[in-house]
Design a protein around this ligand. Structure first.
Ligand SMILES: [Zn+2]
Length: 196
């Protein structure tokens, strides 16, 4: 009872109270539905972003490849130091060529993050993996790619593609052109590869 004698506001009818509860329930269920649909994808994106950044940072903190430290992309195939050999249009050979039967699987010499799976004029079908110390590992003239995509993580020894003669190697004996780039400059991969 109110002291000043004013009449109480009319009690909401049973129907309007039920209606109010129903509306609140519908709004609540709507919110839950939206959060359920939205949040998992947001958290998955955040997680994969954080994982990728962590992988990049840990790669950058690792040592650059040292002499005789890297397994060959084509184990058991002959390694020859063809670095610096003359190439067309005054270019010099910025890598080494390792010959093998067409379709031979090419193994990543390092762990790292795939940064390119695609084509260019000279290299044809190429794969680039950014490995320890931020070095770029370039594999060219592929017949085909393995099932990889940019931003994928690869481990040392994982297959990244298959030997071919694509690009300016067309018609030459199938081989992989393997190059290493450190701070944007090509370095000779030959001394860094293990010889047995
Ligand atoms: Zn080459």
């Amino acid at each position: 009872m109110l002291a000043d004698g004013k009449s109480q506001p009319p009690k909401p009818s049973f129907v309007s109270r039920v209606l109010g509860v129903l509306i609140k329930a519908v709004v609540l269920i709507g919110f839950l539905f939206v959060f359920d649909k939205l949040l998992p994808s947001i958290s998955e994106q955040t997680q994969s972003f954080v994982v990728a950044k962590w992988q990049q940072l840990s790669l950058l903190q690792q040592e650059l490849p040292t002499e005789n430290s890297l397994p060959s992309p084509l184990p058991e195939k002959n390694l020859t130091d063809t670095w610096g050999a003359a190439r067309s249009q005054g270019r010099s050979h910025e890598g080494i060529d390792i010959f093998a039967e067409r379709g031979t699987p090419i193994q990543s010499t390092t762990q790292g993050i795939v940064s390119k799976v695609g084509e260019n004029n000279l290299g044809g079908r190429v794969v680039v993996v950014v490995g320890p110390g931020g070095a770029g590992h370039y594999y060219a003239h592929l017949e085909d790619y393995a099932d990889i995509a940019p931003n994928d993580w690869v481990n040392q020894g994982d297959i990244i593609g298959y030997v071919g003669d694509s690009g300016n190697a067309k018609g030459t004996p199938p081989h992989v052109h393997y190059g290493i780039y450190i701070n944007g400059s090509a370095v000779n991969p030959y001394p860094l590869l293990q010889k047995d």
